[in-house]
Design a protein around this ligand. Structure first.
Ligand SMILES: NC(=O)c1ccc[n+]([C@@H]2O[C@H](COP(=O)([O-])OP(=O)(O)OC[C@H]3O[C@@H](n4cnc5c(N)ncnc54)[C@H](OP(=O)(O)O)[C@@H]3O)[C@@H](O)[C@H]2O)c1
Length: 268
């Protein structure tokens, strides 16, 4: 697996910057990278000066263009970046909802991959779902795999529509986990714990549970759950509520469907 010869990143916000950090950590030669962002942050300017990648250079065709702008900005951005595309350029878009058809209608490119990373990418612990359209070559797919694996695991899907499902599960998923911390802390507060203690307990519980999952990949979440649950004990009493027919599984399914539907609505 190798990096594209030349690489243009369009949009260096939260997710674009995380990807950029992954490429640099993976040893991509900074001279191959051009970053385009109209209002680069101070930290991005400092990183460019330190590492030596180009920040807002004149446009030149690149082997790979990575598009990491907001869906609502696509029309405005697309109008200004046609000159980044040459005859053999491939596009890797991480924009939620925007389909291959949306992208190819706006940009002079036919080889297109849609990827959906998530924010743990910032610490190299993300997971990305990716779809490649039939116009991509195996070499382009291998290069996309290289670019995405700099920030964590990579999972390929065969149908484009599944990217919206990936968005609903792992793309948006970190927010659900962070909200779990908030909700658990609030429950602790209602049980009489001081608010700051409740937050520390909830946060450490989610951190530690995630670490158990991470360090023991051979043990399922179900077994880890059962290890906490003494028959007739306190955890079982709580799980009877969470696992009721109208409990967390049903609520999570409704939440994920709302996210999937929103991704669908963002297309066009
Ligand atoms: N955040 C996530 O968890 C996540 C996960 C997976 C995928 N995504 C997708 O990733 C994309 C970016 O999300 P984000 O959270 O990284 O948003 P973000 O932090 O707002 O980053 C977008 C960046 O694009 C810049 N930009 C605006 N117009 C531009 C232009 N004409 N040329 C180049 N750059 C331009 C923005 O600059 P200004 O701020 O100055 O406008 C900003 O720095 C979205 O499409 C989202 O669906 C996000």
């Amino acid at each position: 697996m190798s990096a594209p010869d030349t690489l243009a990143l369009v949009g260096a916000g939260k997710m674009g910057s995380a990807l950029l950090g992954g490429w640099l950590a993976a040893g991509v030669e900074p001279g191959r990278i051009a970053v385009h962002d109209p209002a680069p942050s101070e930290s991005l300017r400092a990183l460019a000066a330190e590492k030596g990648f180009a920040l807002n250079p004149p446009h030149a065709a690149a082997e790979a263009v990575v598009l990491a702008v907001k869906p609502q900005a696509l029309d405005a951005v697309a109008a200004g970046i046609a000159s980044l595309f040459g005859r053999d350029t491939f596009l890797l878009s991480i924009i939620a909802g925007k389909t291959v058809d949306n992208l190819s209608a706006r940009l002079p490119v036919s080889a297109i991959l849609r990827a959906m990373p998530n924010t743990p990418a910032a610490v190299g612990r993300g997971v990305t779902g990716v779809f490649a359209n039939p116009a991509t070559s195996s070499d382009q797919r291998a290069k996309a795999q290289f670019l995405l694996s700099g920030v964590g695991g990579v999972e390929w899907v065969e149908r484009e529509a599944l990217i919206d499902a990936v968005t609903a599960i792992s793309g948006s998923g970190p927010a659900y986990v962070f909200y779990l911390v908030e909700a658990l802390a609030e429950a602790g507060r209602r049980l009489g714990l001081p608010a700051d203690l409740a937050l520390r307990l909830a946060r450490a519980t989610v951190e530690g549970s995630g670490e158990l999952l991470h360090r023991q990949p051979e043990i399922s979440a179900e077994i880890l759950r059962k290890n906490v649950t003494s028959p007739g004990g306190t955890t079982q009493a709580a799980l009877d509520v969470l696992m009721a027919p109208d409990g967390l599984a049903e609520l999570m399914a409704r939440a994920a469907e709302a996210a999937r539907k929103r991704a669908e609505d963002l297309s066009g």
